[in-house]
Design a protein around this ligand. Sequence first.
Ligand code: SAM
Length: 270
Amino acid sequence: MISHSPRKRFGQNFLQDNQIIQCIINAISPTAAQHIVEIGPGKGALTEYLIKTNCQLDIIELDNDLVKILIERWNSIKQLQIHNQDILQFDFNQLQPIPLRIIGNLPYNISTQLLFYLLDYVHLIQDMTFMLQKEVVERLIAVPASSDYGRLSVILQYHYQIYKLFDVEPEAFWPAPKVKSSIVQLIPYSTPPVKITNQQHFSKIVTAAFSKRRKTLRNNLKNILNIEAIQKIGIDPQVRGETLTLVEFAKLSNQFTKFIESDIKNSFQI
Ligand code: SAM
C-alpha cells in the first residue's frame, strides 16, 4: 500500500467518520442504472461505497500520488474510470450517458470557483451533492437583505433548487479543518424560476450590483444602466443590490439587454 500525507494546497481533509460517510451515501442513494461522477475522491472514502452499488462511475483526482493509490486499489473495476486531472479543466461533455449525478467532498480552496465552472455543464446534470464549507452553503441558500446574500446566491439560485441537508463537524475529517462543513444538494431547474433573455448580461448586472456592497444600485450600475432605465421597471435606484430578489435581478438584466439591442439597431441605422 502506497503511503500518503495530506496536502494543504489540494484542500485535503479526508473523511474518517463512517457514520457521516453513510449519511452522505444515503442522501445520494445511488443505483446501478445511474452515472455518478465523484470530484476529488482522495483515498476513496466515498468511492468505496459508490463502487458497491455497481453504478457507472467516473472519479476525477488532481493529486498524482492519490491516483496511484486509487489505481492500485480499483484498477480492475470495469464500470470505474479514474481521471488524473484538474477538475477546473475537466470537460464533462466527454461523459456518456447523461444525465450525470455529481458528488464530492470538495477541496474548499476551489469550491466557489468550481460551482461557477459547473454552470457550463448544467444541461448534463441530474443533481449534485457536495460537502462544502458551512459558510459557503449559507451563501448558497441566502435570502435577499441578509449578510450572506451575494453574487453566488443569485446566480446559483437562478439555475438550481438548493437544499442544505446537514452539518458536519471538523472531527469527521483527518486532518480536521478549521471550519464547519455542510452537505448541500443542488438540482437544476428544468424551467428556470425567472425568464432571462441573456445570461451574460445577467451575470454582468449581478456582479456589478454587488461590486461595492454598501453602495446603492444607482452607483454600482452607473456604467451599465441609467436611473430612468432602472425606475422604468419599478426598481428604486437608491436601494442596495443586496436587497433585490431574483425577479428584480431578472428585470434589470432584461432591461439591460433591451438597451444593448436598441443601441445595436440604432448604430446600424446611422
Ligand atoms: N473524497 C475524499 C474524502 O472525502 O476523504 C477527499 C476529499 S478532500 C476534501 C478533496 C479532494 O479533492 C482531495 O483528494 C484533493 O486532492 C482533490 N482535489 C483538490 N483539488 C482538485 C482539483 N483541482 N481537481 C481534482 N481534484 C482535486
